[in-house]
Design a protein around this ligand. Structure first.
Ligand code: GLA
Length: 408
């Protein structure tokens, strides 16, 4: 997968800018195995990077602008770094320019890992003897991460761009800092109040492993998730119902969680355990209580899943996936009838567990399936969707792969 997009990004760069790129970087989309909407509650998540990648061919240029083109849109994206702010850029370009903005501290100077800044060419008065770094960058992007399918095409784009700019601008950031720059771009330039899961998965993913992330300490551990050895496949059922976090109920769910934490007198719902739920039931209205119950039980399920993977292997997480879906359907209310059908039909066809993945309100479901049941699952899911009158879903399999990297 990755090789084709890398070659196509490099070729696109040469055709667009009339020279070879200085390098090509790529970053993957992700599937979240379990731990949904727990990231912004400072809880636990267990995503993994998938084989679909976004590749960015990049080269320094003269001037102060970041210019980007892509294979997926006719529209170019371009801005002087100092002019980038929320609302000034829209569409796919906001993810790209937002990362440039997040890495330059909005001043045309570069943020170093220590948080100090190195003057850029737009800095009016660099200290004598300090280098002025070139600022202008040309980018060309290709991607095979499906858009709007809950597989985090946005994080793949942000992380690939962050790696490219970090290296071209000689910033030397850690991977976690680059992941956070991606999140800042999304929160403050794109305007979507998302958490840190997607960017951390895209940056830290490894072949054959899931990324167990504590979203409070931001520390990550790799947990073995070898599907092949266990005779399993992870099937993705993209319902093709497109979602948009910025405009959907994502922000409303986040607000409910913050309200519940305030009522319980804790910093974040991460601080509550299942034993605290009866007390919360008295403090919160029924809906807020159910929202919080999803988060509290979901955090417990992530911890159980990590334990199950370590002790018993991938098959053991099946029932936890299905419980997670039930909680998102009944308590958090972020599933759709098509997602519920995908889960139900998968279980009927012999999946060990299934759940929607990602932000919800559309997008994709995942199912953990024994190899010999994959064809049956495909037939039964397609059949169930056809008889319910939903869009024909796109069914594929994903495997845990390596995170963001330089390819050329
Ligand atoms: C989206 C966000 C993530 C996370 C998930 C839900 O993917 O980008 O930060 O909140 O939804 O788990």
């Amino acid at each position: 997968m990755g090789h084709r997009t890398v070659a196509s990004a490099a070729l696109g760069f040469e055709r667009t800018y009339g020279r070879a790129p200085d390098g090509v970087w790529s970053a993957p989309g992700r599937v979240n195995l379990i731990g949904e909407h727990t990231d912004y509650n400072e809880g636990f998540v267990l995503p993994f990077a998938i084989q679909h990648r976004t590749a960015v061919a990049a080269g320094l240029s003269t001037g102060h602008a970041v210019r980007a083109r892509s294979t997926f849109s006719e529209e170019p994206a371009s801005a002087e770094i100092r002019a980038i702010a929320r609302g000034t850029v829209t569409g796919w370009g906001a993810y790209v320019l937002g990362v440039a903005w997040a890495l330059t501290g909005q001043r045309g100077a570069y943020l170093t890992p220590a948080g100090t800044s190195v003057p850029g060419p737009s800095d009016p008065a660099p200290e004598p003897g300090r280098p002025r770094l070139p600022e202008g960058v040309d980018l060309f992007i290709d991607s095979d991460v499906p858009v709007g399918a809950g597989l985090s095409s946005s994080a793949a784009l942000e992380c690939a761009v962050a790696c490219a700019l970090d290296e071209l601008w000689c910033l030397g950031h850690e991977r976690t800092a680059l992941a956070l720059a991606g999140q800042r771009a999304e929160n403050e330039v794109v305007g979507a109040p998302t958490g840190i899961m997607d960017q951390f998965a895209s940056m830290l993913g490894r072949e054959g492993a899931a990324v167990f992330l504590d979203c409070r300490s931001q520390s990550a551990e790799l947990v073995p998730f070898g599907l092949g050895e266990a005779g399993l496949e992870l099937v993705v059922i993209d319902t093709r119902e497109h979602h948009a976090h910025a405009t959907s109920g994502y922000a409303a769910r986040r607000a409910s969680c913050e309200l519940a934490a305030r009522l319980a007198g804790v910093r974040a719902l991460r601080d509550l355990g299942t034993d605290d739920l009866p007390v919360l039931a008295h403090l919160a209205d029924e809906e807020t209580y159910r929202r919080a119950r999803h988060i509290v039980t979901e955090n417990a399920r992530v911890l159980e899943s990590v334990e199950a993977l370590r002790v018993a292997g991938p098959a053991a997480v099946g029932p936890l996936l299905t419980e997670s879906h039930r909680s998102m359907r009944d308590d958090f209310e972020i599933t759709t009838p098509a997602l519920d059908l995908a889960v139900q039909a998968s279980l009927g066809a012999g999946a060990l567990g299934a759940r929607m993945t990602g932000g919800g309100f559309g997008g994709a479901a995942i199912a953990l399936v024994p190899l010999d049941a994959v064809a049956r699952l495909q037939d039964q899911v397609l059949g169930a969707f056809a008889s319910s009158g939903f869009n024909t879903p796109r069914i594929s399999t994903v495997t845990p792969t390596d995170g963001a990297r330089r390819d050329r």
